[in-house]
Design a protein around this ligand. Structure first.
Ligand code: FAD
Ligand code: NAI
Length: 479
């Protein structure tokens, strides 16, 4: 007799592991299938998906190490700290990152044990349906296939790096995110294709450690998804003080390995050009892992971009089959996948699961950090929404001055008549943490006046959020 579960989740990334834990908390018998894409040093399957293994967590670990190194070289001196002969030991930095990954991935194993989630190691796919139960086949690396029964299936298979046609990623010279997080030494010349989130974050890591970094971007606009004022400021800082070379509007025509170097050929409005580098990162977006599920066999519908088609509650076209995270529409962000996992588990358990898609924050962990929630000014203008806008720089903030970094600003957009906050955009130190206040405000449908009337601790960077809320009504006190 095959094992039977109320819920089988396929994929143990942030969307999947959270869905499985929440389902188990709600009294459902839950299993989570995880392919053996990532393995720990003992060969055991590693949980946590892209995020924990080759995404959010390792990239933030390297960003922190490289930031400290950069500060020792450039920022300490303004405090009177003379740090001479500071060097970076890349293998130690990578080891630290790997230790963090091991700690967190094994932590999820512990959470599965604590919540009684059954882990099924192997590649999961749909076997078929019998009565009101789905069959899920779990193919282990040793060739065995176990068939389990499920009342509900949640697909959370995530995404993988998109590669350029004809450009073979070897993750040594030509790398996607996985290789770029494990360089053994600082490349002298680093090329990056794609000035998106990964290109900017990982480009920053290696630039701070001494690489000459050139980023080639297809689009004519820089960071088009962000508010235009933020993109302009980011462009100024990244290409100015930080020395990232970013070329926009390029068309890549070829990538070749020449001995120990990689040559990228491209065209721009000046004609043909080429870039020779020692390592190349290809970060041109991600593709959903919707193949390999036997989707066609059971009639699971995909959309025009190969993602599993779902409604606002992550229901697919099949009864009792759900899909969450990067494999469905919406931003490819870990916290968005986790919220969807909770929503689906709660809906299955008969509760009113819900995700507010208009209050999902975005954060880019560059220096300065960039974070936003809600609409950009250009979106409001295009939609004809009447609004009031205010922008307050960090330059007059006492805490920012004390910390020695006054780059950037907070911008707030509120409805002209109702004063409801429609968007908040931050570029500056700790933007990743500051944005949480804006998310809470928007979740509660706050007006700019609500935030303006909240007492903010002094001296903190959060006072700039307070000040910008006052400024929407033209009554800023310190600016
Ligand atoms: P994934 O994390 O991709 O997990 C899917 C899991 O399913 C994987 O473990 C995979 O092995 C498994 N799987 C796939 N197919 C099968 C199958 N058939 N059977 C069994 N198992 C299967 N997001 C943020 O919010 N903040 C960040 O700072 C951030 N930084 C990032 C940095 C980088 C370099 C990258 C690449 C991504 C980053 N992201 C970040 C995005 C984030 O990692 C993803 O949005 C998130 O991991 C998606 O979660 P998921 O559960 O949908 O899928
Ligand atoms: P991205 O979508 O952010 O950026 C890809 C960039 O590559 C775009 O600017 C695109 O115009 C460009 N591009 C596409 N094809 C190209 C070509 N042929 N030549 C030159 N440029 C080309 O994707 P990225 O950086 O790969 O990251 C994938 C996803 O992972 C992000 O969209 C995000 O969802 C997630 N992520 C989130 C992070 C965070 O939350 N801090 C950090 C890193 C990744």
């Amino acid at each position: 007799m095959a094992k039977q579960f109320d819920v089988v989740v396929i994929g143990a990334g942030p969307g999947g592991y959270v869905a499985a834990i929440r389902a188990a908390q709600l009294g459902l018998s839950a299993a989570c299938v995880e392919s053996e894409s990532y393995a720990d040093p003992k060969g055991e399957v590693r949980l946590g998906g892209t995020c924990l293994n080759v995404g959010c967590i390792p990239s933030k670990a390297l960003l922190q190490s490289s930031e400290l190194y950069d500060q020792a070289g450039h920022a300490f001196i303004m405090h009177g700290i003379k740090a001479e002969g500071v060097t970076m030991d890349v293998p130690s930095m990578i080891r630290r990152k790997e230790n963090i990954v091991t700690q967190l991935t094994s932590g999820i194993r512990g959470l599965f044990r604590k919540n009684k989630v059954t882990l099924l190691a192997g590649h999961g796919s749909f076997g078929g349906r019998e009565g009101d139960r789905w069959q899920v086949d779990v193919a282990a690396r040793n060739g065995t296939v176990e068939r389990v029964g499920a009342r509900h299936v949640i697909v959370a298979t995530g995404s993988r790096a998109r590669h350029l046609p004809g450009v073979a990623v070897d993750n040594e010279f030509i790398c996607d995110n996985a290789g770029a997080l494990s360089f053994k030494a600082v490349p002298r010349r680093l090329g990056v294709i794609g000035a998106g989130v990964i290109g900017l974050e990982l480009g920053s890591v290696w630039k701070r450690l001494g690489s000459e970094v050139t980023i080639l971007e297809a689009l004519p606009d820089f960071l088009a998804a962000a508010d235009a004022a933020v993109s302009r400021e980011a462009w100024k800082v990244f290409t100015g003080k930080q020395g990232l070379a970013i070329e926009l509007g390029v068309n890549i025509t070829g990538v070749t390995r020449r001995g120990e170097a990689v040559v990228v050929e491209y065209e721009n409005d000046q004609g043909k050009a080429s870039l020779e580098c020692d390592r190349l990162i290809v970060s041109v977006g991600r593709v959903p892992n919707a193949d390999g599920l036997n989707a066609a066999h059971v009639g699971l519908k995909l959309d025009e971009r190969g993602r599993i088609e779902v409604d606002g509650h992550c229901r697919t076209n099949l009864p009792d089959v759900w899909a969450v995270g990067d494999v469905v529409r919406g931003p490819m962000l870990a916290h968005k996948g986790m919220e969807e996992g909770v929503m689906v588990a709660e809906t299955i358990a008969g509760q009113a699961g819900h995700v507010n898609y208009s209050a999902i924050p975005w954060v880019i962990y560059t220096d300065p950090e960039i974070a936003w929630v809600g609409s950009t000014e250009q979106q409001l203008r295009a939609e004809g929404v009447p609004y009031r806008a205010a922008q307050i720089p960090f330059s007059a903030n006492g805490r920012a001055l004390g910390q020695g970094d006054t780059t950037g600003f907070v911008k707030m957009l509120a409805h002209e008549r109702t004063d409801e906050i429609l968007g908040v955009h931050i570029i500056g130190r700790n933007a990743s943490e500051l944005i949480a206040e804006a998310v809470v405000a928007m979740e509660f449908g706050a007006s700019s006046e609500d935030v303006a009337r909240i007492c903010h601790a002094h001296p903190t960077l959060s006072e700039v959020m307070h000040e910008v809320a006052l400024a929407v009504d033209k009554r800023a006190l310190h600016f």
